[in-house]
Write a protein that binds this ligand. Sequence first.
Ligand SMILES: [Mn+2]
Length: 352
Amino acid sequence: MKFIHLADVHLGAVPDRGTAWSGSREEEIWTTFRRIIAGIRENPVDLLFISGDLFHRRPLRKELREVNSLFAAIPETNVYIIAGNHDHLDAGSAYRSFKWAENVVFFDSEEVMCIDDDRMPVTVYGFSLCENEIREPLLRDVCPEEGDGYHILLAHGGDEKHVPIDFTALASAGFDYVALGHIHKPQVIVKDRIIYPGSPEPLDRNETGPHGYVEGFTDDDGIIHTRFVPAAARTYEDITLELDEETTQNDLEDTLSDMIAESGLQNIYRVVLTGQRSPDLMLLPEKLKNCGNIVDIRDESRLMYDLEMLEKKYAGTLVGDYIRYFSLKDTTEVEEKALDYGLQALLETSMR
Ligand SMILES: [Mn+2]
């Protein structure tokens, strides 16, 4: 038996709205989903699980027709779908009346339903979210029925506001595999058994690192194994630039451009500036954004002071007294920090 477990595709989402690459990201979410289905067409699997939030919001009928035609093109694969909190089954949802292709099962109830697969010795359990917020631990008493074959559960949620899950209880409930959705970064709760595959494409700047889906297969002894398959067109990455006394704006732009060329021009970056910068540095953080797809620049660097010079210059003022207080004693590490932060604050106010 071979299966693919997808979740949180979020078709229709528009990541990084307002940036130059936002429109492409909206398309890439669809393209990556199509590419995964095309991959199944080439290398068929028996089952495809989609554990909620296939759509970013209530799907339109035309969007359902689109995904349905993709599923119809992989007739050797049975597709099981549940609704998540984003595409939850509200009264007006197009999910409620849609006629799916023969190989598609959509779980249209908030109660856990179970369905025997018509080709494999597999029973699939699942339920859809009918509201955005559900604080009830709906999985509390769910366990597989008696019977041979594999028992696989699809569920969406796991945080306080979206179907809280007691993972210890779930691990001992007796399912052979639990295909979870809701958490956008891939997360293995129990190896080969309880997994959040994460969203195939990252959806915002906090979703750094690899994104894709989970592939599962049984070995000769019938044991299920899984592996993570990266699928995203691009990833979000963090870059840290450490400044020192010598650093110039030009150095920063060169280093940043090189680092981005190395880790992928298509990727999207969050940049943090650390270290100590010279008072003589002409720092233009916004200009660094021309070095690539940069969604955020945070300047955590600290000014480097010439304490003796400052003490003389500000003698008789609060700033001068502050430096004098610290210079008359052996300072601890904490006091050094206090000096540094305090001085920066005082200088910033006295210069205003
Ligand atoms: Mn969700």
